[in-house]
Ligand binder design. Structure first.
Ligand code: HEM
Length: 174
């Protein structure tokens, strides 16, 4: 339990650094877009924080690569569905799509060979009434999943650190 709350706290920690990194990246990108390119570009669909991909795929490998992530996503989803507090959020969703998208997101944030899908966490979770306690409960279920899948504690923390800044986009009620 101490283990869980430590990670939950860590998850809410280092978002600032990463938000800063995102801002810097966005500014850099702005600088290289010419006016002629602008009309052809699709409208921006992302207003949420996007983690910076690690410089290598060691985290992705430590999570078991694609096969490992498929197992983690399925187990995580089943545990969320079975949880009395969290289950109602996950009823009536497209289970296959949810698990596939989690795999892609975890692949991206862990340095795996995935296309940047840039999920807009703020938009996706808007209207779900997610408070801090609900968010932390979800993180605890993720930790239980990672434990059950035999993922080392250090690897768990590396993944959680990547997801950390997202709490700002996902928690949307006091
Ligand atoms: C670090 C925390 C979280 C991460 C990384 C995360 C990530 C994701 C991703 C990648 C998706 C799929 C995106 C898509 O369908 O396009 C998703 C969907 C969803 N998330 Fe989260 N999520 C987090 C926290 C939460 C919390 C706290 C809840 C509520 C208890 C929640 C409820 C949902 C639900 C219900 C969907 C399905 C939406 C739908 O298909 O209509 N998530 N999340």
């Amino acid at each position: 339990m101490q283990h869980s709350s430590m990670n939950a706290a860590a998850l809410q920690g280092s978002w600032g650094k990463r938000l800063l990194a995102t801002c810097v990246c966005s500014l850099a990108t702005c600088g290289v877009v010419s006016a002629a390119d602008a009309p052809q570009r699709p409208p921006a669909v992302v207003d949420s924080y996007i983690p910076v991909a690690p410089s290598d795929d060691s985290l992705y490998q430590a999570l078991g690569g694609h096969e490992g992530l498929v197992k983690i996503a399925a187990d995580f989803h089943h545990r969320l569905e079975a949880d009395p507090q969290l289950g109602p959020y996950f009823r009536d969703i497209d289970a296959k799509q949810y698990q596939e998208r989690l795999v892609i997101q975890f692949c991206e944030v862990s340095g795996g060979p995935c296309k940047q899908a840039k999920y807009d966490m703020r938009k996706i979770h808007s209207g779900m009434d997610i408070n801090k306690a609900t968010f932390n409960a979800t993180v605890e279920v993720l930790q239980q999943t990672l434990d059950a899948q035999g993922i080392a504690y250090r690897t768990q923390n590396r993944l959680l650190a990547q997801l950390a800044p997202m709490h700002r986009d996902i928690i949307n009620v006091p």
